[in-house]
Design a protein around this ligand. Structure first.
Ligand code: GLN
Ligand code: ZN
Length: 764
């Protein structure tokens, strides 16, 4: 008999109950006991949902108050010294201090570093190891949650981050290898496994997604060693999961592990599993992730079943588990909560709750034959067909336009150096021109007005006239402060992707499609379901209005094609590159119209460019090519005199600097202040030819930087770049800041630019 299972369920709750409970607790409005009661009720509900859907084996310990990697750090007692943990149990206070920082009597510490989990938009707290790191069992969480489920009648499979992935995704002091800590770490894992066995567990799930990365021989040996130890540790059956990609060159390592089940991602891994089937040792079962845990499309059950049947032919059904590609953490909770999406579109979608049914149906088909689920298969086939044939998806004009615009000719024919001279003749900017990244403080008032307008409590007319007042005052403010290139402030935008998605065709929006981004933060990504066009101008009126208020240049502000793609649920019936290029064409229409209406500088933000980089190096070049093409396509056709800017947030740029140069924006602004301009090294080593605005202050903190500090940073920049190349700007948009600190910081920033101008004029 094949068995149905999932690797994890979304934990934020169908109405984001966990988010609100956490935030009440953090504000001190609710006790720890109340928070724990809410969490327990949610877990009970999620297990019951899985049972009612017919899932055979549910996970436990997939719940977290913040992040499952941080849970693992707490579990093994990996708490950096600055959190002053005295040993013993890692309580919630220490746990949240690591997650969010703490400012209280006797403890004033920032949060631990957070970064993206593989290529998802989920952020985890990076484990931090000392050179002499030791480990000790320090929480009871997996045991307690297993027992809690048991008490409710569920025998679950507790989930842990596997030891090798845990170490590889962490950082050790002084750049030393974390893998060297394996010997110190394994005894704690042994203790955990034995503890779970004592509690009555029969299986344990060890998540090892690092098995899909490019691994060196040390990492591969670590796998062999770790699992040999864990095998002997207890009588528990080991369920090792891999996801987000196929195993590639690590297949041999994975299949040689002495484990009872290995999970493969069949959505991202494609047909690789077919070649692996004959190599699976007789003692190993395979868990096959055929239902996407990363996207919202309804599963093509017939196609999945064909794959699963190939596996049962070779392995027999007893050795097959049916599952989602990865934890359902990355999908929204329940499609039936969507009241606004139309029926047709809803018929093409499946959220976590619906994916449970898909997994159960597929398992039944394997065990009882296709006829047992004939209705479900017919409905799935009909949905697949309806989507494939829908007029809403396919716009022949978009396809023809893309075909007629050769990608190799995308971009600007005149080199930056010549363009730059023409732009300067027009713009007459001083040395070290000052600007901002686009948004200005989104005060409570701004957010209130927008939501009143959305709820229909404010007429379009009064909302727009209020917005105009905001633009007017932010232009006056920038003039007064003395900035050189102004912005309109982005007060009309809720979110840099949603704002555009709402105006483009081919996009749909959910009411409740929340996905955890980090801690209590959730995002609600748009769904790109069809060919993308821009029915009418999106930003032109605001840019033109802002420009009418000042003789100084005002930048037009757009979100770039790669970022719109990265932060959406993307259609799965064509390559991502095609969708990106369609978005780029829609943006091109906007860019050309802004230019026609007299906007001389246009910024196309690409903060998600770096995060789109594939997990395996072998796939980088293909990605960089289409992603760069997409950016270039969006500004194809502009005059030499129009200056194109872009912006990227904090990332390690070393891997992509050549591609950033190939994007060929006239000016790029970057987040660099936290690393004291170290990030610029990538650009210097490469001899980046165009202009750069290295952020001179961190907008994530309310702290107001001094003029002198910024001069120091700019001095550093002039040692790395030519003064003529340097722009002066904050690290990122100012929307999370308040007005007083924004004013003070920008006044100091303009003063710093003036000081630099004098220095360079004097010194030159
Ligand atoms: N223009 C956007 C802003 O200023 C850019 C934000 C971003 O890069 N994340 O808010
Ligand atoms: Zn940014």
């Amino acid at each position: 008999m094949a068995t149905s299972t999932i690797l994890g369920f979304p934990r934020i709750g169908k109405a984001r109950e966990l988010k609100f409970a956490l935030e009440r607790f953090w504000r001190g409005e609710e006790s720890e006991a109340a928070l724990r009661t809410t969490a327990a009720a949610m877990r009970a509900e999620h297990w019951a949902l899985q049972r009612d859907a017919g899932i055979d084996v549910s996970p436990s310990n997939d719940f977290s108050f913040y992040d499952q990697v941080l849970d693992q750090s707490a579990l093994v007692g990996a708490v950096p010294e600055r959190y002053r943990w005295a040993g013993g149990e890692v309580g919630l206070e220490t746990f949240f201090a690591m997650a969010r920082g703490a400012q209280r009597e006797g403890l004033d510490v920032p949060a631990a570093e957070m970064t993206k989990w593989f290529d998802t938009n989920y952020h985890y707290i990076v484990p931090e190891f000392a050179t002499d790191q030791t480990f000790a069992l320090s929480t009871r969480k997996p045991f307690d949650e297993f027992a809690e489920a048991r008490g409710l009648g569920f025998t679950t499979r507790p989930v842990l981050i596997g030891p090798v992935t845990y170490l590889l995704e962490g950082k050790r002091a002084k750049g030393a290898s974390s893998l060297e800590l394996l010997d110190a770490l394994l005894p704690v894992y042994v203790e955990i496994l034995r503890g779970l066995e004592t509690k009555g567990a029969t299986w344990v799930q060890l998540d090892e997604p690092a098995l899909v990365l490019d691994l060196d021989s040390a990492a591969r040996e670590a796998y062999a060693k770790a699992y040999a130890v864990l095998r002997k540790a207890s009588g528990l059956k080991l369920f090792v999961t891999t996801y987000f990609q196929g195993l590639g060159t690590n297949a041999g390592t994975a299949l040689a592990l002495p484990v009872d089940a290995l999970h493969l991602d069949l959505v991202r891994g494609g047909d690789e599993f077919l070649t692996l089937l004959p190599q699976v040792p007789a003692s190993m079962s395979l868990s096959l992730g055929v239902v996407s845990g990363r996207n919202v499309w309804r599963n093509d059950l017939s196609a999945s079943l064909t794959k699963l049947e190939k596996a049962t032919e070779v392995l027999g059904s007893d050795r097959v588990w049916v599952s989602a590609s990865c934890s359902l953490l990355h999908t929204p909770h329940d499609l039936t909560a969507e009241m606004v999406l139309d029926r047709e579109l809803k018929g093409w979608l499946a959220f976590a709750r619906q994916k449970l049914d898909e997994i159960v149906t597929l398992t039944r088909a394997l065990n009882e034959g296709r006829s047992a689920v004939a209705d479900a298969l017919a409905a799935s086939d009909a949905a697949v067909l309806s989507r494939a044939q829908s007029r809403r998806l396919h716009d022949p004009a978009v396809r023809a336009r893309l075909r007629d615009q050769p990608l190799e000719k995308a971009g600007r024919p005149t080199p930056h150096r010549e363009r730059g001279a023409k732009q300067q003749a027009l713009l007459k900017l001083p040395l070290f021109p000052t600007t901002t990244i686009g948004s200005f403080p989104q005060t409570t008032e701004v957010r209130q007005k927008r939501s009143q307008f959305k709820q229909g409590k404010l007429t379009t007319e009064s909302y727009e006239s209020w917005l105009k007042e905001q633009v007017k005052s932010v232009i006056a403010f920038q003039d007064e402060v003395g900035l050189d290139v102004l912005v309109h402030g982005e007060f009309e935008r809720n979110d840099m992707v949603e704002y555009f998605g709402e105006q483009l065709s081919g996009f749909a929006f959910t009411q409740n499609g929340w996905v955890q981004s980090y801690g209590s933060r959730c995002v609600k990504p748009p769904i790109i379901f069809g060919d993308v066009t821009r029915p009418k101008p999106m930003t032109v009126a605001w840019a033109v209005y802002a420009q009418s208020l000042t003789p100084k240049p005002v930048k037009g502000m757009l979100t770039g094609p790669v970022t719109i793609l990265q932060w959406s649920f993307v259609r799965d019936d064509q390559p991502r590159s095609v969708t990106a290029h369609q978005i780029a064409l829609a943006l091109q229409d906007e860019v050309l119209e802004l230019e026609k209406e007299g906007i001389a500088i246009i910024q196309i933000d690409e903060p998600a460019f770096r995060e789109g980089l594939p997990l395996r190096r072998a796939d980088w070049e293909a990605y960089c090519t289409w992603a760069v093409d997409a950016f270039r396509l969006s500004s194809t056709g502009v005059k030499d005199t129009t200056q194109i800017h872009t912006h990227m947030c904090y990332a390690s740029f070393n891997d992509v600097v050549a591609s950033i140069a190939a994007m060929d924006a006239d000016v790029i602004s970057l987040e660099t202040s936290r690393s004291q301009m170290e990030l610029l090294d990538a650009f210097v080593g490469f001899k980046y030819p165009n202009d750069i605005g290295p952020g001179v202050y961190d907008i994530h903190s309310p702290r107001v930087p001094s003029e002198a500090e910024m001069v120091t940073l700019l001095d550093k920049a002039t040692r790395l770049l030519k003064p003529q190349q340097i722009w002066v700007n904050p690290d990122c948009g100012l929307k999370t800041r308040d007005w007083p600190e924004t004013r003070a910081a920008l006044v100091a920033m303009v003063a710093a630019a003036k000081t630099m101008r004098k220095k360079c004029a004097g010194g030159a």
